[in-house]
Design a protein around this ligand. Structure first.
Ligand code: HEM
Ligand code: HEM
Length: 186
């Protein structure tokens, strides 16, 4: 039940999936809100500080999630062949989008030689300005990738709901609670 089986995700993959989903959606809303704050707002400095601190922790969480994924089997796909292939491609793009956000976020934040403070516990060092116009260019990419990621997440969530309500299969159920072949399917 802790690890995945051929039939279902286990508690580890389920916990990591929903924890990262909540944090990613929160980061998107926080990002959109904080870039419009004016200098006199009380959150002007703190909001980016939290966005960056949580961003670094999220990068660690996603790294742990990938290691956990590679160290166990993945459940067999559900649905038609093209649906299974598209689902795999979307999952891959979600991970690639996240890594692009981590890298571009790092490049925006460290272009002025300052490291990234993680809640004032530790600092990720800066590598300085690695190319001209780094802050602006990385900022454009970060914004563009963040919007694309959320569009892809919406497609992913709609597909999950379609499996649940229209196809009435186990796709969403097994990402909410592990399915036990003997107990749940007899
Ligand atoms: C290591 C992780 C991350 C770091 C260091 C980081 C850093 C930053 C910084 C410094 C900005 C301000 C850019 C500016 O002033 O124009 C920003 C904006 C933003 N970030 Fe992140 N970020 C990270 C991860 C994420 C993630 C996972 C998301 C989720 C989708 C996200 C969504 C956004 C959004 C929507 C904006 C506003 C973009 C705009 O309208 O200009 N970020 N981020
Ligand atoms: C930021 C949000 C999200 C991200 C980044 C994300 C990412 C992923 C990834 C990468 C997988 C593949 C399994 C894995 O590698 O762990 C997956 C599976 C899954 N996700 Fe999400 N997800 C998000 C939100 C959601 C939401 C909102 C729903 C439902 C409404 C959902 C439903 C599912 C389901 C049902 C699976 C299993 C799919 C299958 O068995 O093929 N996810 N998700």
């Amino acid at each position: 039940m802790f690890k995945n089986s051929h039939l279902s995700y286990g508690w580890l993959a389920i916990a990591l999936h929903w924890l990262s989903a909540i944090v990613i959606i929160g980061m998107f809303i926080l990002g959109l809100w904080m870039v419009d704050l004016d200098f006199y707002n009380a959150w002007y400095k703190d909001a980016p500080h939290y966005h960056k601190s949580v961003g670094i922790l999220l990068a660690l969480l996603i790294a742990i999630r990938l290691v956990a994924k590679l160290m166990q089997i993945s459940p067999q796909g559900v649905g038609k062949r093209w649906e299974q292939k598209t689902a795999k491609l979307v999952h891959l793009l979600l991970y690639l989008g996240l890594f692009s956000l981590f890298i571009s976020g790092y490049l925006i934040s460290t272009a002025d030689d300052r490291g990234i403070d993680i809640f004032n516990w530790a600092t990720v060092p800066s590598l300085g300005e690695l190319f001209a116009n780094q802050e602006d260019l990385a900022g454009e990419i970060h914004e563009w990738v963040a919007y694309s990621l959320i569009a892809l997440v919406s497609l992913h969530a709609l597909a999950a709901l379609k499996h649940h309500f229209i196809d009435k299969d186990l796709t969403l159920k097994r990402m909410i609670k592990p399915i036990n072949q003997k107990k749940d399917l007899s």
